[in-house]
Ligand binder design. Structure first.
Ligand SMILES: Cc1cc2nc3c(=O)[nH]c(=O)nc-3n(C[C@H](O)[C@H](O)[C@H](O)COP(=O)(O)OP(=O)(O)OC[C@H]3O[C@@H](n4cnc5c(N)ncnc54)[C@H](O)[C@@H]3O)c2cc1C
Length: 287
């Protein structure tokens, strides 16, 4: 339970943090809330020689608006998201999801940047970011670039982040007024990671689904966008047959690990149920 030795750095600018991380290469890691990284270090599953703490960098925290996009600084905590009136009105699904992450203690420290950069298939925010068509601003030794959340995840703990890059903000287009939303998460107990979870954002017109996006958490080594499942309900009134089709299309792309949360078939089965419930609840909220 005691991490290996490391040197602690606390830069006060993003440029300095990038410089430090670039110079350390594989030996350095950014430290945000520490609620994924520190447990990994205590278990010796990660042993970085240098930790670059991002807490001293002004400007990495906060929620702003840029046209129709909500821009969230990487060091904004899950608690900050839950306390924000702006997020509550523009992106209520973000609050619904944040409230299902761990417990208040973890949410006070854990950041949105750490949650989406971590690459753990069990993290809840990545699939939601894909569902919302979000993009990530990455700042590195060669300047800044924007990467769509849907392009970011390459495998368990493998992302598009290059050595020396820091994720500085998340940019989310505001969904249309009157959209329906739901994040359904099955977990073994309060505070647990998902056995299976699904995010849905949709709009309705004339009693039928006009647009729909569905994301899946912890049902593959990366978060997934269930595009065929979403297409199966567009143009329908979410009748029983189209819900069944959507759940089957989502199950078809799931490949969860068999672990303490259950065998593969069980996790796929409950994954389909999460999709059905999220679709129904999202539709009930749409106007
Ligand atoms: C008991 C417990 C239960 C939990 N349950 C859940 C859960 O149900 N759902 C869930 O989603 N999470 C859960 N978590 C994880 C928690 O949400 C973490 O806070 C989150 O995964 C990581 O965010 P962090 O700010 O703590 O990042 P850290 O732990 O500091 O960092 C995580 C990783 O991301 C990298 N990183 C961090 N920030 C950046 C950045 N800005 N740019 C580049 N790389 C960066 C770090 O180098 C590290 O590799 C749980 C944690 C605990 C301890």
């Amino acid at each position: 339970m005691i991490p290996g030795q490391f040197t602690y750095h606390r830069p006060d600018s993003l440029a300095e943090a990038v410089k430090l991380l670039a110079s350390f290469g594989d030996e350095g890691r950014a430290l945000a809330g520490g609620h994924s990284l520190v447990p990994m270090m205590k278990l010796r599953l990660a042993s970085p020689a240098h930790l670059v703490d991002l807490h001293g960098i002004a400007g990495l925290k906060g929620i702003t608006r840029d046209g129709n996009k909500i821009v969230i600084g990487a060091m904004t905590t899950q608690h900050d998201l839950l306390a924000s009136a702006e997020i509550g009105s523009a992106l209520p699904i973000l609050q619904e999801t944040a409230a299902l992450i761990a417990d208040p203690q973890v949410r006070y420290r854990g950041t949105i940047g750490g949650n989406v950069a971590n690459g753990d298939p069990g993290n809840d925010m990545p699939a939601l970011m894909m569902t919302l068509d979000a993009s990530y601003r990455l700042e590195g030794p060669n300047g800044a670039r924007d990467v769509a959340a849907a392009e970011f995840y390459q495998g368990a703990y493998f992302t598009a982040l290059e050595p020396g890059e820091i994720l500085s903000s998340v940019s989310i287009p505001e969904p249309p007024a009157g959209h329906g939303y739901a994040y359904e998460k099955l977990k073994r107990k309060v505070g647990d990671y998902a056995t299976a979870a699904a995010a849905v954002i949709l709009t309705m017109a004339g009693g039928k689904v006009a647009t729909c996006a569905i994301g899946l958490t912890n049902l593959h080594e990366t978060p997934l966008l269930a595009t065929d499942a979403a297409n199966a309900v567009i143009g329908t009134s979410l009748d029983a047959a189209s819900l069944k089709k959507a759940a089957a299309a989502a199950v078809a792309i799931m490949a969860p690990a068999a672990d303490a949360r259950g065998p593969v078939d069980y996790r796929k089965h409950v994954g389909g149920i999460m999709v059905t419930r999220a679709l129904q609840r999202a539709a009930s909220r749409a106007s």
